[in-house]
Design a protein around this ligand. Sequence first.
Ligand code: GAL
Length: 807
Amino acid sequence: MRLVVIFLLLISSYCYGQRNERLLQKGWKFSRTDEPAAKQPSFSDKNWESVSIPHDWAIKGPFDPKWDKQEVAIVQDGENKATEKTGRTGALPHIGTGWYRLPITVAEQELEKVHLLQFDGAMSHAQVYLNGKYVGEHPYGYGYFYFDISSYLQAGENLLAVRLENPPFASRWYPGAGIYRNVRLISKAKAHIKHWGVDVTTPVVTTAAAKVRVQTQTNQKEGLFILQKILDQQGNVVASHQDQQSFQGTFDQYLQVDQPRLWSPDSPYLYQLITQVFQAGQLVDQIETAFGIRSIEYNRQKGFLLNGESVKFKGVCLHHDLGPLGTAVNKAALRRQLVMMKAMGANAIRTAHNMPAFEQIELCDELGLMVIAESFDEWQKPKVENGYNTLFQDWAKKDIQHLVRALKNHPSIVMWSSGNEVPDQNTEEGAKLSLYLRDIFHQEDPSRPVTVGMDQVAAVMENGFGAAQDIPGLNYRTHLYEDAYKAFPQGFLLGSETTSTVSSRGVYKFPVAEFKRKKYPDFQSSSYDLESCLWSNIVEDDWVLQDDKPWVMGEFVWTGFDYLGEPSPYNEEWPARSSYFGICDLAGIPKDRYYLYRSRWKPEAETLHILPHWNWAGREGEPTPVFVYTNYHKAELFLNGKSQGVRVKNKDSRLDRYRLRWMEVPYEAGELKVVAYDQDDNAVMTEVVRTAGKPHSLQLMADRREILADGQDLSFVTVQVVDQQGNPCPLAENALQVQVRGAGKFKAICNGDPTSLELFHLPKMKAFNGKLVVLVQSDQTEGEITLTVSGKGLKKQQLSLRAKTSW
Ligand code: GAL
């Protein structure tokens, strides 16, 4: 057994010079109790569960309203009476105490080195022990932390133990539970580069040349020689520089890259910096840093400039959970989300409301998405009893320092955020606090500005809080944008959080009208995209501001994907356990709104999308509104060949400016067809929706047919129930079963229904409005994977995937 663990450790490690980094993923033992303040269950871990990291102990459920039931008035939502909020944090068993253990084997000669143990995040209140000795602790579940464990290690086997504790009333969404991000053991020579000790910036960027500044902190004041090399994507060395003169161990070097390829969302070009440290002619340490050459500027007249060009943020906010995977980090799942957002035309994300996973930011660098990296949802004043307010005093500075030090070299990050809707914003004291936090960010990183998402706009105009921000970020309150712009000195505003339109995928309600906080007996919201919360609005209200007010720098929509917890407007209803805000549902299936954003954010691509579905038996003859989301300005709708008229986008009408609407289509079964016209009235694109017959068979569509045989990679397979002619059945709720054979395994399943209590880790689930998604994971062997999906009365369907050891 030990041999297997060591082998697995080795394959997930890298080694440069004397530096070696291992991901500690396999071989862990785990045990938990529901008690938040429990002692270690038993010393023997014989009966503990075997798990691999990243791990979310609560995602297997079962869902139960008893978990973290919060009797609160959500003041931010305008409530003044406390009521019972059942699904606020996802109704999953994340409360309690968890213990993890891992044997770590270290060879005698390795003991001469320095060993750091880094946690990318652990939920929460981590206490770390090695060989029975207390090493240290870190309470914030999203914070990055590390310890020097050199003096605790012994030759041979060591035992690492981690205690985590999640108290109730500590979150406003599903926080997850456990060691949900990676743990790294970093071993390096006695003379070395300090942790997060390479700092790359590009202070001068022109098309002819870029000046790259590299500051490297070592732990030796003298006697070291340092060599920096910059490689392009072909592996050519495009600049290099050597130095043996440090200031107190820190080397400050400038390199010139001629005709640099600039990083941007359209062209996310990354260079590789290799930093090598020599002592007495020997290579003792080496770090590789991917970085981008780009300039950012926030300009009073022109707003945000990337590489000298004005760019508006087309952003989405993302919570950290990955739907059916819970919060356990998985790079394939993160990639899928980001790829989908890019394909919709998004150019940015905001990591609401906490430090992101490293993997997410690496992907943003690679795919070309700009990032606002956020730190906190609370400062001193609470939103929830056991939230960050209990940690702020002792930990805020350290948590920010770690955030910036760990992520500062990523070109994708264009702004930091120190907080989201912190209740402190209501006071002058809060304004001072915001300056204190801003200064910590600036000391660590003078190259980027800091924002705060502010929702108490009237207060922050008065008390100086808004004026104190580098970038004034407004959350909602579109009616106050004009006033805030005039009241603040900065000359621009950012929609740091916008919209919060609610909908359930594939659900359409009548009458079709705009509603605030509308509730229906089935606890779903309508996908006509006209429903929002008391404080929020529909898509158009933000777009009008962005189009008509040049000083609005763009927006970050709440949210790109549905997430576990916060089931507004059904916070008090059970079962409702995940959000309705997503542009995509919890399974990652696009809702209609996806195409509305695409039509505006990606105008160069053809978008023509019809809603609702056309299976309305019982509505015959009744007016049944049809909306079309398209990048074209004009279209004609036909029902069973009969024209329902032409619609043209109209700048002067709020609801007709960005969508085309036919409000009076008398329902009859058959075919709804829309034809889009270009500026010269040529018919350029057609889209059809048909009334479907009975469910007959299944269609399987994989986001990727080939995945890496690394035991982590995932293929997301969308399963759609179709009739005999292959038309999607938009109301189907067939119970489906899943089987995976060959070089992979079933990982999870999700149908995107915010009220479903079916479990994600069991290979069966009902379709929700005709669809669900199956996650298939590779093993560590190459070969064919066969997915079979079946359901009573349906023709079963198979799909072949392939796991490969390399591309
Ligand atoms: C905002 C808040 C988000 C989320 C959202 C729902 O006020 O910042 O975290 O709660 O409301 O609309």
